[in-house]
Design a protein around this ligand. Structure first.
Ligand code: BGC
Length: 766
């Protein structure tokens, strides 16, 4: 329906009818407007599978949702670094959603992983906004291409579960733009999600659900978002304030919520035109949801196989001492650990999917006819060592050639709704590993977890394979990687710390040992999150961002840059060769980091600005091209409330991880040519640093000296002295008055500023 027709339709609505469109009928449906033929539509979680509650079902899924494919969770998908896999997952979800007659899928979740303790990190992509933003863009575009909407969540700065519905995240504006909003900005601009879900928390004082700056000024006016903002479930504080701020749809609906909107309009507290705009957006979304409604068929088996491939290609091989992996078909393997039979393949909370078919490692090994022996080893539901399980496992391990030990975090350790208390594996699992390592040195640890664990035990393991929360086919995928059917190609999408105390916001993130029971959390670490912190401070994490091994080797060579200088309008193409110099086919994730050496503003030592995943046969070489543009060089200039490209040298780094830089090149940024502001407080050094203002200052000074010979003597002499020059750099112009012993007064300063403005005006006039 055209926007004109929607406007005409709105004219036919009563105030009550308009308000009724702004909230749900129940947990999952919008309200119909039968008089005008507007039907209800349904949404469901997201993000890695559908959690569609049957009519009358509850919010938390306790009564069970309709069976659906449970794909790997976002932390796994992100470790694939594979845009095409993210798109395939989005497309498959779109098909399932069409079959289920859903209009919107509630995902993806793209909040930045500020601390590995956040209980919901398994649902998020990365500590880096480029990686999160790029993968989510592919996911959203592909899902929406099926005629189903997405809900990009949780907007914004929802980086902890602790007190999530009341906490006030206090973040400085630059960190906010560069880190916490940047992935959202990318997805909104590149994929236009049909909806954005505002988060529960407050941001710099205001609830996100009624934050006009966030929902209207930034999201709509700056980024051009044209969809609907939906509240997280129960996130609305003041109903009318929400509408005024730019929140269109409150979920779930509640008694009398619409009445609050009607009342606010009647009392003149909410402009009806603002409500009309909200209704216009809601109706536009409604008509979008009507465009493709006939159910699409899909093959559950194909989706299971897709889940398997994504899981396999997301796994990160962290350690592989003496190439203990891959396993040979004929290996005498002991498989130990309850996770091998009872996989933990997804996280708890609103994203919990009723998986259509779960394939454990044991089932996969049986299906492949592998020869192995199994022992449970420990009890997932307890932290205490069970002696008889442990003895049984030891007996098995003693006689086995190699041991596959499947460890992980139990559900109770990480979930939506609360944060983790520490980064350790359960004690019984660590004790078992230690005991096993005393009888067998070939232990291959497979990990099932949604977020990093610390590994003080790593020396006891010959290999470590991170399998994340790998979705319903994770068992088959683990088998594929262990036996080399798939060459591992995932890389860490977040740094793995060596200890909790080492994490960047350790001092500002609540744990039972270091509680913060206030409703304020200070993002005092600023931009130094994840590798931005470890690499800048030169702290060794257990495993760095972007790290992952393969069964083959990759070499990098022949870096070339398309230019040695780039201006704001230019793009820079960075090209290099990657060679698979090993004996088997594999895929490599190549990473481009930019190190800003301009000195214009403090920056993390380097930042990810490009990546790709490249498949190479043994011996094959491919030339990779990555493109950079102005924004990749820019920082957020708080004083001008805009992005700014600094002027000076940048190092281009091509790496296999953030700590394994293989090639470097150099490029000069010409910068944005923004002139320093002229005024009493302009620093002499800043004015001198720019050709134009330097010339203007010199001209203005000589004009002023002309009129004031005493001043000329004073400053003329000082300008020859190095120390005075150095001090003068940080001298505001107004200080000339204080330091001139009366030779230069306030009126002289006015004259100087006048000369400066004239000189600049002459420059602008050309
Ligand atoms: C979660 C959202 C979810 C919604 C609906 C909320 O508690 O934070 O991510 O989409 O519930 O289940």
């Amino acid at each position: 329906m055209s926007s004109h027709a929607v406007k005409q339709l709105i004219k036919q609505l009563t105030l009550e009818e308009k308000a009724s469109l702004c909230s749900g009928a129940d947990f999952w449906h919008t309200k119909p407007l039968e008089r005008l033929g507007i039907e209800e539509w349904m949404m469901a979680d997201g993000p890695h599978g559908l959690r569609q509650q049957p009519k009358g079902g509850d919010h938390l899924g306790i009564t069970g949702s309709n069976p659906a494919t449970c794909f790997p969770s976002a932390s796994a998908l992100a470790s694939s670094w594979d845009r095409s896999l993210a798109a395939q997952l989005g497309e498959a979800l779109g098909h399932e959603a069409r079959k289920a007659e859903l209009a919107v899928v509630l995902g993806p979740g793209i909040n930045i992983k500020r601390s590995p303790l956040c209980g919901r990190n398994f649902e998020y992509f990365s500590e880096d906004p480029l990686l999160a933003g790029e993968l989510a863009t592919s996911y959203v575009n592909a899902l929406q291409a099926q005629g189903v909407g997405t809900s990009l969540k949780h907007f914004a700065v929802n980086n902890q579960e602790h007190r999530r519905m009341s906490v006030n995240a206090v973040v400085d504006p630059r960190t906010l733009r560069e880190l916490y909003l940047s992935a959202f900005e990318r997805v909104v601009k590149k994929a236009q999600p049909w909806t954005v879900m505002c988060s529960y928390n407050r941001l710099n004082g205001d609830y996100c659900s009624e934050n006009h700056w966030l929902l209207t000024e930034v999201l709509r006016n700056e980024w051009g978002f044209s969809g609907v903002v939906v509240s997280d479930w129960g996130a609305v504080n003041e109903r009318a304030a929400g509408v005024a701020a730019g929140l269109e749809l409150e979920m779930p609906g509640g008694n009398d919520r619409d009445g609050l909107i009607v009342k606010a309009v009647r009392e003149g507290k909410l402009d009806e035109a603002v409500l009309d705009t909200a209704v216009e957006r809601l109706l536009a979304l409604y008509f979008n949801t009507r465009e493709a409604t006939e159910p699409l068929e899909f093959s559950a088996d194909q989706h299971h196989q897709l889940a398997r491939r994504i899981a396999a290609d997301s796994m990160v091989l962290l350690k592989n001492h003496h190439n203990v992996l891959p396993l040979a078909e004929a290996s005498e393997v002991a498989v130990i650990g309850e996770f091998a039979k009872r996989p933990r393949y997804q996280g708890g909370g609103s994203s919990h999917v009723n998986a259509s078919h779960v394939e454990s490692l044991i089932e996969a090994l049986d299906a492949a006819g592998a020869s192995y022996r199994y022992a449970q080893g420990f009890d997932i539901d307890s932290d205490h060592t069970n002696e008889s399980l442990s003895q049984e496992a030891l007996a098995l391990a003693k006689n086995a050639e190699k041991v596959v030990l499947y460890l992980g975090l139990p559900d109770r350790y990480e979930s939506e709704g609360y944060d983790r208390e520490h980064l350790d594996l359960p004690r019984n699992q660590v004790e078992l590993l230690k005991a096993l390592s005393e009888v067998n040195q070939q232990i291959i640890v497979v990990l099932a977890n949604g977020a990093p664990v610390v590994m003080p035990w790593i020396e006891q393991a010959a290999a470590v394979l991170e399998s994340h929360l790998g979705g319903q086919a994770v068992g088959a995928a683990v088998a594929d990687v262990l036996f080399g059917k798939r060459n591992p190609s995932g890389k860490l999408s977040e740094s793995y710390p060596a200890a909790l105390e080492q994490t960047p916001c350790f001092n500002h993130f609540a744990t039972p040992a270091r509680p913060n029971n206030s409703d304020r959390v200070d993002y005092a670490e600023g931009l130094l999150v994840g590798y931005r912190y470890y690499d800048t401070q030169q702290i060794e994490p257990q495993f760095p961002f972007g790290f992952g091994l393969s069964y083959t080797r990759f070499d990098y060579a022949n870096l070339s840059l398309s230019a040695s200088r780039v201006g704001p309008q230019d793009t820079l193409t960075v090209a290099f060769d990657v060679t698979n110099s090993g004996e088997r086919a594999g895929s490599e994730v190549v990473q481009l980091y930019l190190a800003d050496q301009t000195g214009e503003i403090s920056v993390p030592v380097h930042q990810l600005r490009g990546f790709d995943k490249v498949a190479l046969e043994a011996g094959e070489t491919k030339r990779i091209e990555l493109t950079l543009e102005r924004r990749d060089f820019a920082y957020f200039d708080v004083d001008h409330n805009d992005w700014r490209m600094p002027k000076g040298q940048f190092e281009v780094q091509i790496g296999a991880s953030s700590r394994d830089i293989r090639l470097t090149g150099s490029v000069e940024s010409l910068g944005d040519h923004m002139l320093p502001a002229i005024g009493r407080n302009a620093l002499v050094g800043d004015l001198m640093a720019h050709d134009v203002t330097a010339r203007a200052l010199q001209k203005a000074m000589s004009a002023t000296f002309e009129q004031n010979p005493k001043l000329k003597r004073m400053f003329g002499e000082a300008s020859d002295d190095e120390m005075m020059q150095a001090m003068g750099r940080y001298l505001p112009l107004r200080a000339l008055v204080s330091f001139s012993e009366g030779a230069f007064g306030e009126s002289d300063l006015e004259v100087l500023l006048g000369h400066l403005s004239d000189a600049l005006a002459d420059h602008r006039a050309g």
